[in-house]
Ligand binder design. Sequence first.
Ligand SMILES: Cc1cc2nc3c(=O)[nH]c(=O)nc-3n(C[C@H](O)[C@H](O)[C@H](O)COP(=O)(O)OP(=O)(O)OC[C@H]3O[C@@H](n4cnc5c(N)ncnc54)[C@H](O)[C@@H]3O)c2cc1C
Length: 398
Amino acid sequence: MDFHFNEAEKKFRAEVEEFILEEMLPGYADKDLYWPGGYGAIGEFEVRDPAVEKLREKMGERGWLTMAWPKEYGGGGRSFVEQAIFFELLSYYGMPGMDVSTLISGPTILRFGSEELKSEWIPRIVKGNLKFWLAYSEPNAGSDLAAIQARADIDGDDLIVNGQKIWGSGAHVADCGWMVARTDMAAPPYKGTSLFIVDNKSPGITMRPIVNINGFHSFNEVFFDNVRVPKKNVVGDMNMGFYYLMVALDFERLVISMGGFRRRFEDLLNYTRNTRRNGKLLSEDARVRAKLAQLATEIEIAFLLYYKTAWMMDNNLFPNIEASEIKLVTTLLSRKLADAGMEIMGQQAQLWPGSRHAPLSGRFAVGYLDSISAVIGAGTSEIQRNILAQRGLGLKRK
Ligand SMILES: Cc1cc2nc3c(=O)[nH]c(=O)nc-3n(C[C@H](O)[C@H](O)[C@H](O)COP(=O)(O)OP(=O)(O)OC[C@H]3O[C@@H](n4cnc5c(N)ncnc54)[C@H](O)[C@@H]3O)c2cc1C
């Protein structure tokens, strides 16, 4: 077993880093308060920035947004390890790029979609100018997605969609919903649910903002009132959506901004090297050093898991159990990193971005609140442990 990047991967890493450093949007990394593992402070979920769109298109032209996709579908034909390197570096430098469409919807379409669906949607995703939002959760269906009530009834060549979704992150700045709804109310949900794409501009869709714990408009409540969706937008087979949804959720759980963890950890480490308390550098304090050493170890473990999942994909092994493992480990790490920062930096760390006394630009204050969302979105930690107990350990379903 070799844990090192090979020469080609090292060369690619250098190429990506050069591209990012050249193309970095001035000021973007300072403005974007994204916290690794979190969901609630992603700049792209708040506003659609033309500069970001342009950069995404540039990345799309290089085939980098979809680099592990087959060339026949406009992808880069590269490995998942290379894709993981790209994503790691993007998140290290705090740059936008891959998103729901390239990391979740696109791979699911490629796996299950008809050729017609692929030819309609894949080229737009490859180019980087199509944004999806995830329309799964409902007021009474979160962890238990089998309880969804939104329905889509067949009417000729269309589906007529009615119901309500909630917590739709970035729905208000997206082009399309990636939606699940019941298409056979008489069948059990796992045999009567379909997954389909709905255009945000369709008549009958109403969105209401939900402001998150950080004060950002990242979520939405979305209402569907007799919304017409062409039947050809259904992914795979009708009524098989629950199965595709489980795979799409695994894709989502594998989206980890590992570089972001490394970057924020380095910020904290440098802070302790440059800040004195009672005349002594924080980095000389035994408790601070122990905390940093623990975090560094856990980040290293997460890195190994991150590249293991990419390696598995390259070897045609779908990381189903690993998706839950990495989601569980990294989202708890997201919390621990924010907690450690608050403890080490003390009261001032609570100051919000914009305050001139806020250490590290107030990022840890945002992160402390945002990391709460990390352990909830894409299935809570409790749900990941349930999955791991059942699928990973083979324990009987309770
Ligand atoms: C920041 C953020 C972004 C999100 N973005 C989206 C989005 O874009 N699209 C979307 O569709 N949804 C989104 N969600 C919703 C998210 O998927 C749900 O919040 C999540 O699945 C939990 O569902 P719930 O909120 O209904 O909580 P519930 O399912 O009601 O859970 C409440 C508590 O009970 C626990 N629990 C529930 N069932 C079990 C069980 N069987 N065993 C043990 N414990 C259990 C949970 O772990 C949790 O602690 C987002 C959520 C957050 C926080």
